[in-house]
Design a protein around this ligand. Structure first.
Ligand code: ADP
Ligand code: TRP
Length: 330
């Protein structure tokens, strides 16, 4: 039996370097092992909570699909699909609602952040909360449990959601007998949180991202705008800086060691940024070319996604049938 590794990205903005190192790359790397079966998808149902414009949702879905392929996903090896193409996930989500306590959902970070925001603004605590946001972790649990996933590669910010999926699976199994596979998160410690250009976590929500496939001019501009401290060029620089942390991700071991020595002996930030741009651009250029190709030949991508959805649906139906029988719907 192959280990099932599954992850999804929601189409809510331009894919960025944080998404790549936090989720996309670890997932694709794992899927190359012969004992692993990968399930990778575009979480478009989840995006409905953020994107209320049909044209924009389609455009962003297209970008995430092309991103997966440009980053090296092999559709012959993995199951690659759109979440909403397998609507069985909504049925499982509904069934899971009934074994999930409201208290568990009350503890979700995203929900709590919305409540805090409203409270700080003197508004009713649920002012920013719709049921899609409140139930977000249950749909995510359904994504994972529907395909019997054992491992879920994600960035650190998603850890709580996977823990909730685990709690929900256990609660279901306790009520109805062992039916669902209990999943675990896979967080690669060295890339747990990629910094953005302001030094805090890179995120679409913070407007501090370096998009994976922006053109060279924009890439250079973004890299030169990365926030640095005021140490002068001759002073030693901290390795715990956004510049070095990003450099580490793109450079070879030898380049990293040389750069670490230069940081210790003193390097101007402008020079360090130029070096960073060089390694990032060299790394991303071939991927950018593939991305542009798929964006221009999207009919090929749609065919790949349709074939993937068919494979996904087959597994989904098996799980749903097992679940329906366990709860007494069949
Ligand atoms: P964003 O925060 O930009 O909205 P998403 O929530 O769409 O990103 O994240 C998609 C995937 O990328 C998740 O697995 C998430 O953990 C990962 N990820 C996002 N930002 C980062 C980051 N700065 N560092 C590491 N992983 C990240
Ligand atoms: N919630 C994830 C995010 O915001 C996206 C996602 C949806 C996901 N379903 C998933 C990730 C299932 C892993 C597994 O990034």
């Amino acid at each position: 039996m192959k280990k099932i590794v599954l992850t999804g990205i929601k189409p809510t903005g331009e894919p960025h370097i944080g998404n790549y190192f936090g989720a996309i790359k670890p997932a694709i790397d794992l899927s190359k092992n012969s004992d692993v079966k990968g399930f990778f998808f575009i979480a478009d149902y989840h995006a409905l909570n953020f994107i209320k414009d049909a044209k924009l949702l389609k455009e962003l879905t297209r970008k995430i699909a092309c991103t997966w392929l440009a980053c090296g996903l092999d559709p012959k090896k993995v199951v690659f699909y759109r979440q909403s193409a397998v609507s069985e996930v909504t049925e499982l989500s509904w069934i899971l609602n009934n074994v999930t306590s409201k208290g568990l959902m009350n503890r979700a970070h995203a929900y709590k952040a919305s409540v805090d925001k409203a409270t700080n603004e003197g508004k009713d605590e649920d002012f920013y909360v719709n049921m899609g946001l409140f139930n977000y972790p249950i749909l995510m649990a359904a994504d994972i449990l529907l395909y019997n996933a054992k491992f879920v590669p994600v960035g650190l910010d998603q850890k709580q959601h996977i823990e909730m999926a685990r709690d929900i699976a256990k609660s279901f199994n306790k009520t109805y007998g062992s039916t669902l596979v209990v999943p675990s998160e896979l967080i690669s410690e060295s890339v747990a949180t990629i910094p953005g250009i302001d030094g805090q976590k890179m995120s679409k929500s913070y407007n501090n991202t370096i998009p994976l496939f922006c053109d060279e001019t924009q890439l250079k501009k973004l890299i030169s705008s990365i926030k640095t401290d005021s140490t002068s060029p001759s002073e030693p620089k901290s390795l715990d800086s956004a510049i070095f942390n990003l450099y580490r991700l793109f450079a070879s071991q030898e380049q990293i060691e040389t750069m670490a020595r230069r940081f210790h002996s003193g390097i101007g930030w402008a020079e360090a940024k130029q070096e960073l741009f060089e390694v990032v651009n060299a790394y991303l250029r071939p991927m950018r070319e593939k991305y542009n190709y798929y964006m221009e030949h999207y009919d090929e991508v749609e065919k790949i996604l349709d074939a993937g959805s068919k494979k996904a649906r087959k597994i989904a139906r098996e799980t749903i049938s097992r679940v329906r029988e366990a709860v007494g719907l069949e």
